[in-house]
Design a protein around this ligand. Structure first.
Ligand code: SAM
Ligand code: SF4
Length: 480
């Protein structure tokens, strides 16, 4: 593709140079999906034996598992996914919250309430003071990790607004608390701007391709820079070239056939591994939710049923065992609970999708991006996951210790993660219990910590116990 000068939403002239994203090959995917038949039980079991070795699965193997329908075999897939998740992640579950800073947008994504022509939507771009206010609320809820989200239209300050917003979140403190990792979900950027984001200390750059199917992509993106499929699909190449090696990929499920989309994600994954030696840090699984002023969001053309959703998550756990999997509050508490056992390793909690929504309370449907499925508070989510035996983690250590990209994968792959992440999960959960939890959550949480200690080996205890004691004595931000 020849270089193009494109005006973005602020009429800034930015040079868009990018290649065609040839690593997404529809023909290859369609060829693999052509044999739409359920594999024989022996073949499925063979694949599950292979998956247990935790070296991942090929696209062809993923496709075959995606056609399994027998309840008995599905149960075997689910229990294999659970085993793998427990082996790699133990009981840990990382918590975060989105922080919407602006719902102004120059694009026209038919599924999103923020799209430019939705004149009924109440528009708002938070000031730095308002961002600090939202951040204080999240800190008081116990959060340490925030995902900054924005529509794709910059205020008069331009890109500096984004950089200032990230700095505001990091600089805001209250009591013992602070946000220690700011991830972002923003428009695709140029390499130069990615350098600035790296400088601003972002954790993960997250972006969803929405759909990898070109014709569908063209149908649902009607205006603005987002119409350019390749500019979006090559985004992680630019991020990684700029030194951001934690990237988060995803698809908006419901726009096109989910089987096609997961195979395309695997192609994208393969491309990053081949070119940069490391795949994405996380994968997200948003399903389309009803959105103010959007018809397609109420009736997605390829809605993914709960049964297929569970199957897809379990299969992806087998396919990319070391990649974090994120489940947002788009889903109901019930669906989220089930997916935890299938491989999800990070969840959001207490979310609002309207700028200023934490201060305003309930979340304003007239300025929110989409409807939430899970309206529980952070404390309710924490108590629920504790009752299910999961250890809520507010850890942000890896990224601050420089364990990102390939370094993180090296640490993760031999299962070493349990000597870092598990003690860190315990110490940050202890911080949460000491500083933010109510009496009931606190006593359930303390019980869980003692159970966790009983299940640890000597090396883990030698690391975790002194850390826990430090936190109990009042020290904060204790990590290895
Ligand atoms: N504007 C940027 C973009 O589009 O990438 C980043 C922010 S956008 C608010 C974040 C994500 O929200 C989008 O990538 C899309 O997948 C998701 N989203 C949009 N409409 C949605 C809906 N109706 N239900 C669920 N997720 C939705
Ligand atoms: Fe704008 Fe992102 Fe919503 Fe599309 S998904 S309308 S780009 S905020």
């Amino acid at each position: 593709t020849p270089p193009q000068h494109t005006k973005n939403s602020r009429q800034e002239n930015i040079l868009i140079t990018h290649e065609r994203a040839n690593f997404i090959c529809e023909q290859e995917i369609e060829g693999i999906l052509a044999h739409r038949q359920s594999p024989a039980p022996a073949q499925v079991r063979e694949l599950l034996v292979k998956a247990r070795e935790m070296h991942g699965l090929s696209m062809d193997e993923v496709a075959r598992l995606s056609f399994v329908e027998s309840p008995e075999l599905l149960q075997e897939i689910f229990s294999t996914a659970k085993q793998i998740k427990e082996e790699i992640y133990g009981t840990r579950l990382v918590l975060f919250a989105p922080l919407y800073i602006s719902n102004r947008c120059a694009n026209e994504c038919t599924y999103c309430a923020f799209r430019a022509t939705n004149t009924a939507l109440k528009r708002r771009t938070l000031t730095q003071a308002e961002i600090a206010e939202e951040t204080r609320i999240l800190i008081r809820q116990g959060h340490k990790r925030v995902l900054v989200v924005a529509g794709e239209a910059l205020p008069p300050q331009g890109f500096q607004y984004i950089l200032d917003s990230i700095a505001t979140v990091y600089d805001t403190r209250i009591g013992n608390g602070e946000i220690r990792r700011v991830n972002v979900n923003l428009a695709p950027q140029t390499t130069e701007r990615f350098r600035q984001l790296k400088q601003a200390n972002i954790g993960t750059f997250q972006l969803f391709q929405e759909t990898y199917h070109r014709p569908t992509y063209a149908e649902v993106h009607l205006k603005g820079l987002k119409r350019d499929y390749d500019w979006r699909a090559t985004v992680f190449d630019r991020a990684m070239e700029a030194g951001i090696d934690d990237v988060g990929m995803g698809v908006l499920f419901g726009l096109y056939d989910w089987r096609f989309e997961i195979l395309a994600m695997m192609q994208h994954f393969r491309h990053l591994e081949e070119k940069f030696g490391v795949g994405p840090h996380t994968i997200s699984f948003p399903r389309i939710e009803p959105a103010f002023g959007s018809d397609i969001a109420s009736k997605p053309p390829h809605a993914v049923s709960d049964a297929d959703f569970m199957k897809m998550i379990a299969i992806m756990r087998l396919a990319v065992p070391y990649t974090g999997m994120i489940m947002s509050t788009r889903e109901t508490a019930e669906v989220r609970r089930t997916t935890l056992a299938l491989g999800v390793s990070q969840i959001s909690a207490g979310s609002r999708t309207d700028p200023g929504g934490y201060k305003d309370g309930e979340g304003d449907p007239n300025s929110s991006q989409f409807q939430l499925g899970d309206h529980r508070t952070v404390e309710e989510v924490v108590s629920d996951v504790v009752s299910l035996g999961y250890l809520p983690s507010f850890c942000t250590a890896c990224y601050r210790m420089g364990r990102t990209g390939q370094d993180f994968m090296d640490l993760a792959k031999p299962g070493e993660i349990k000597y870092h992440c598990h003690p860190n999960a315990l110490s940050t959960f202890q911080e949460y219990l000491s500083d933010y939890a109510g009496p009931q959550a606190k006593s359930a949480g303390e019980k869980l910590i003692s159970i966790e200690l009983q299940h640890m080996d000597g090396q883990q205890i030698a690391c975790a116990l002194p850390m826990l004691n430090k936190v109990r004595r009042g020290e904060r931000d204790v990590f290895v």
